[in-house]
Design a protein around this ligand. Structure first.
Ligand code: 6PG
Length: 256
């Protein structure tokens, strides 16, 4: 049997977080239009944290907010904290404020991870069923997202896959509940699901991430959860601003 094709990896360095947000949002629109043209819909998993907020704002404002047929877009989340949907720490609440409240997306297209549920494992299993209902499956029988947005922690975590967590080595489940990390229990997509996606984009800004970004991109030994995101045959783009990319040399900032 042929070995799986490697991920097609790119590094896009923009001079500032604002330039990164504009460039990434424009590429998001392109990817969305292509998916809708080819398959009739665009299934995207949004990331939490602070970095994506600028991209969501750019997508929710002119001219991009009118550039996508949002009725064809299905929104999912790559992870969520175990908090209510209107909590300041909620990844859904941030996306709702910066993007979803500003675009004409039907409520039934927005698939929030129910982090507020007491039975988090049950919530994880229910979310897998949601993914199964809305997404095509790969030949290996895994739900296939068109695009996953991910952040990168300075410790090499991504989504809510933290170094040393059992969730990192999960081999069957697509979504799992995690023990407390960074202050909350969480729900997270696993590498099984992330690596089934057609496109995975990491969004990384700030000098504090530069050492880990260098490690994730250039270190051959697999040391961090983020390094293990390598969708076979899929697109893998590291979107970085100049500060996060300062240890990656040589590179040329793509200023927009
Ligand atoms: C979360 C996020 C997490 C985040 C990284 C980077 O729920 O905390 O999913 O994985 O993406 O910690 O966060 P910043 O963008 O805030 O640096």
């Amino acid at each position: 049997m042929m070995p799986p094709a490697p991920a097609q990896r790119k590094v896009a360095v923009l001079s500032t977080p604002e330039a990164l947000a504009r460039a990434c949002a424009a590429k998001f629109v392109e990817a969305g239009k292509e998916a809708i043209m080819l398959r009739g819909k665009f299934a995207v998993a949004l990331s939490g944290g602070h970095t994506p907020a600028g991209i969501y704002r750019a997508l929710g404002a002119p001219p991009l907010h009118g550039a996508v047929d949002w009725s064809r877009v299905q929104f999912f989340w790559s992870d969520e904290r175990a908090v209510p949907a209107d909590d300041a720490a909620s990844n859904f609440a941030m996306a709702q404020r910066e993007l979803l409240a500003r675009i004409a997306v039907p409520a039934e297209n927005v698939h929030r991870m129910p982090g507020e549920q007491g039975d988090l494992d049950g919530a994880a299993r229910a979310y897998e069923n949601t993914l199964r209902r809305h997404l095509p499956l790969t030949p290996q029988g895994v739900a296939r997202l068109d695009l996953v947005l991910l952040g990168l922690g300075a410790d090499g975590h991504t989504a809510s896959l933290f170094p040393g967590s059992d969730a990192v080595d999960e081999k069957r489940r697509w979504v799992v509940a995690t023990p407390p990390a960074g202050g909350w229990r969480r729900l997270t997509m696993t590498l099984i699901l992330l690596n089934a996606a057609r496109r995975v984009w990491f969004l990384v800004t700030g000098r504090g991430k530069s050492a880990m970004l260098k490690n994730v991109i250039q270190e051959k030994r697999l040391q961090s959860p983020a390094q293990r995101v390598q969708p076979p045959g899929g697109e893998l783009i590291f979107w970085a601003d100049a500060a996060a990319a300062e240890q990656l040399r040589p590179w040329k900032a793509v200023t927009r």
